[in-house]
Design a protein around this ligand. Structure first.
Ligand SMILES: [Zn+2]
Length: 298
């Protein structure tokens, strides 16, 4: 699943290529994906017809990101909200040019477009934007205005963006005090700050010398300070590096994310800690593999 740095890079890549373009035609091959969100969804013919009609002739003004959601703003005020979930990907192809993609990795056998996993096609004035999704957990939703999206309270469970000026040390300390869960579980919940999935949670806990199983409300002021710095530093660096290139994940400009080279604990169980040399340990937290150094992280 792409994490925040990968979605941010996809957003930047899409903005540089499709901003200002006009949607000529929309085709939907999996009505379920445009009919709602959540695990149980039913295809709606009415919603699908509305989705197809709504974007025709519309000019793409900007693409914004909130946590791992992409919000496409059209000049008329219409909104397209997209979440890639486990296996969604966007592939943009301009006539006579190479394919560019972002999100879930594309398989070389599926480089032909459209392919059997193509669920929605947006024909633009200069090229074609394909939404592919093997497992179909992602969604693409139409809102007539930003107000209708906000009123639906779509983002109410999400905490602050890591680079929001309100995400201060004081805020983090106050929020952690209210939580009794393990620090990794609390951070992965996204309710305090967004952007920390499995990879970046392990990396920030290591950088802050905090064991992922510590209770959130047990952290001391100097530990919270280190954690706050680590969250901002690691996510900023990961975005700059284009995200973590896992397997064949690639960015919207076709390049690879390079942050994986800088991982210090994620995926490195049994290897020596870069600080103390002890073997890194692997445990399960929040049903996810978690790697940490038992001597550096207390
Ligand atoms: Zn160590």
């Amino acid at each position: 699943m792409p994490e925040l740095p990968e979605v941010e890079n996809l957003r930047r890549g899409l903005n540089s290529r499709i901003k200002g373009q006009i949607v000529k035609k929309v085709s939907v091959f999996a009505p379920k994906l445009v009919s709602g969100k959540g695990n149980v969804r039913h295809a709606s013919g009415a919603k699908t017809r509305l989705f197809i009609r709504a974007f025709k002739g519309e000019k793409i003004q900007d693409i914004e990101r909130r946590a791992k959601n992409l919000i496409f703003h059209f000049q008329s005020g219409k909104i397209l909200l997209v979440h890639l979930k486990m296996s969604g990907q966007f592939v943009y192809q301009e006539r006579h040019k190479n394919v560019v993609e972002g999100g879930h990795p594309i398989q070389l056998s599926e480089i032909k477009l459209p392919n059997k996993h193509t669920r929605v096609i947006f024909e633009l004035n200069k090229g074609v934007l394909y939404y592919n999704d093997t497992r179909m957990f992602g969604y693409l939703l139409y809102y007539p205005t930003i107000g209708t999206l906000i009123r639906e309270n779509h983002f109410h469970k999400l905490g602050l963006e890591p680079f929001d000026p309100h995400f201060t040390l004081k805020y983090l300390a106050e929020e952690l005090k209210k939580k009794t869960g393990k620090i990794k579980t609390v951070l992965m919940g996204q309710g305090i700050v967004t952007g920390l999935g499995n990879i970046y949670c392990d990396e920030v806990c290591f950088a802050a010398n905090i064991r992922p199983t510590r209770r959130a409300n047990s952290l001391k002021p100097n530990e919270i300070k280190k954690l706050h710095l680590a969250i901002q530093h690691i996510l900023k660096r990961a975005i700059e590096m284009g995200g973590s290139s896992i397997a064949t994940y690639r960015l919207a400009d076709g390049s690879r994310g390079n942050y994986a080279r800088e991982h210090r604990v994620y995926g490195k169980d049994g290897k020596p800690c870069v600080i103390c040399g002890e073997d890194l340990k692997k445990i399960i937290v929040n049903n996810r593999s978690t790697v940490y150094c038992a001597s550096c992280q207390v």
